[in-house]
Design a protein around this ligand. Structure first.
Ligand code: SAM
Length: 205
């Protein structure tokens, strides 16, 4: 792991400093929908942000590595994990995922809305995530298919189609590749109809 000091790190630190939730951050709706029945194991949350998903997973017994480029977001998650008595289950690691990747293996790698306006080699990153899975492990990727009215990004091009990386079919299976509508609630309680892209890949051996 390196300590990111790039423009991207500064942007995301500033973003999180301005948007940290007052209360405990919420888990993402798709993770709750899809992952509630999965048995706990070792999880990696890529681009964890303030850590709603990491906290939700740890409460269900997962041992979570939360990786983000932002020291501000990770410090907030460390604080929340301590308050919730989950510090033993959550490890934060600062990575610029364009350059470094956490050491596996993991039973779950989750990446929710890992959008950025800085270069991020998505195909390479998803291949690294798939390779970090233990046999039987799952890679869950959820991305925006539309821009919510309250989004930090006003650029519709920030929602490209989510395509599965090129993987050996003898070792990985694409279980789901869906585009799904959702009624979303924004930070001020406002609602809007949005679209998510969801990709679920399983490592078979
Ligand atoms: C749109 S937010 C999503 C946060 C969280 N997953 C969620 O769903 O609330 C994108 C996250 O990715 C992180 N991020 C952006 N670029 C990154 C990079 N190159 N490496 C690691 N994290 C990055 C940001 O700091 C931010 O927390």
């Amino acid at each position: 792991m390196t300590t990111p000091t790039t423009e991207a790190a500064r942007f995301w630190d500033g973003h999180h400093a301005a948007h940290l939730p007052d209360g405990e951050p919420h888990a993402n709706a798709r993770l709750v929908e899809v992952g509630s029945g999965w048995p706990p194991g070792r999880a990696l949350d890529l681009g964890s942000g303030a850590g709603g998903d990491a906290l939700w997973l740890a409460r269900r017994g997962w041992r979570v590595t939360a990786a983000d480029i932002s020291a501000v977001a990770l410090a907030h998650l460390d604080h929340r994990a301590g308050e919730a008595g989950l510090a033993d289950l959550i490890t934060t690691e600062r990575h610029d995922l364009a350059a470094t990747f956490p050491a596996g293996p993991f039973d779950l790698v989750a990446a929710h809305y890992l959008h950025t306006s800085f270069p991020l080699p998505r195909e390479h990153l998803l291949r690294q995530a798939a390779a970090a899975l233990a046999p039987g492990g799952r890679l869950l990727v959820v991305e925006h298919g539309s821009v919510a009215p309250w989004s930090w990004s006003r650029n519709p091009d920030s929602c490209p189609p989510l395509t599965a990386p090129s993987l050996d079919p003898a070792r990985w299976t694409v279980e789901r590749a869906d585009t799904l509508p959702r009624r979303a609630t924004g930070p001020g309680g406002q609602t809007a109809d949005v679209v998510d892209h969801l990709l679920l890949i399983r490592r078979t051996r």
